[in-house]
Design a protein around this ligand. Sequence first.
Ligand code: C2E
Ligand code: CA
Ligand code: CA
Ligand code: CA
Length: 279
Amino acid sequence: AAKRTGEPYRSWSPAMDERAGQNARLGAQMRAGLDDGQFRVVYQPIVAVPERRVVAVEALVRWDHPDRGPISPAHFIPVAEQNGLIVELGEWILVTACRQLARWRAELGDRAPDKVSVNASARQLARPGFAATVTRVLADAGLPARCLTIEVTETAVFEGGQAITTLHELRALGVRIALDDFGTGHSSLRLLQTVPVDILKVDKLFVDHITEAGRPTVIARSLIQISDGLGLTAVAEGVETAAQAEALYRLGYRLLQGYHFGRPVAEPDFDLTGVRAAA
Ligand code: C2E
Ligand code: CA
Ligand code: CA
Ligand code: CA
C-alpha cells in the first residue's frame, strides 16, 4: 500500500541515537545535580502599569552544570519531563519559590510582591497528589494560598482528566491558575471553555511586533478583549522595549513582564516606581 500522506516518515538515524544517549546522560546528571545543589531559582518581575509596581514575580529554574556551564531550562525541562525527575525538581522549585516570597514578605513588608508564579509541568498536574503537595508546601512556608499562582501550558491541560481535576483542587485552595504562552497552542480558545483559569499570559510572539500595524497587534487586541470579557487577568510576556510597553498599555494591558522591566535574577529590583529612565 502507498505510504499515507501527512505522516512524517521518521527513520532511524545515528543522530537520533546520539540525541537519546545525550539526554539519558543529562537525565542522570540532573539527579546528581539536584542532590548537589546545582539548581537555583531566579525571579522575574510582573509589573502593573502605568504605576510600575511589581505585583508578582515568576520563578524560573536555572541549572549551573559543573562541566557544561549554564543549561537552558528550555533544554533540560523536557528531559526532566521525560524521565520523570520533573516531579522532584518541580517540588523543589515550588518549595524554594514559596520560601523566598515568605522571606521577602517578612523583610520588605508592603514593598514585597503580592504573589509568586510557579510553572508546573504536565507530569506534575497529572499526579492526584499535586494539590495536597501544594497545600503542604504553602503551610510549611507560612504563605497564604492567594500568594501563589501556578502557570500551566495548553499542552499540559489538553488531555483533560486528572490535570483538570488538579486545577479545580488548586483553585478551591485559593491558588490562581495562569494559562501560559496563551495563543500559541492548537486549541487556545476551546480550552477557555473547559479549563478553570484566572490569568492569560499572552505570548511574546504577539508582543514582538506590537508597535507595528499588523496581525500580531490585531490578535493582541482581540486577546485582551476576550480576557476582559471573561473576567480574566491578562499578562503580556516578553516586553523588551518602552515602545512595546506603551503600545500594550494603549491596547488595555495592565500587567507586563519582560526584559524592559527586569530580567530573571536572584534578587529582583522591586522598586521600579521611581523616575528611572526607560531602559
Ligand atoms: P516560560 O514559562 O514561557 O518563561 C518565560 C521565558 O521567557 C523565560 O525563559 C524568561 O527568561 C524569558 N523572557 C522573559 N522576558 C523576556 C524578554 O523580554 N525577552 C526574551 N527574549 N525572553 C524573555 P527561561 O527562563 O529560559 O525559561 C524557558 C522556559 O523553560 C519557560 O518558558 C518554561 O516553559 C520553562 N521553565 C523555566 N523554569 C521552569 C520551572 O521552574 N518549571 C517548569 N516546569 N518549567 C520551567
Ligand atoms: Ca511561565
Ligand atoms: Ca510564557
Ligand atoms: Ca514560553
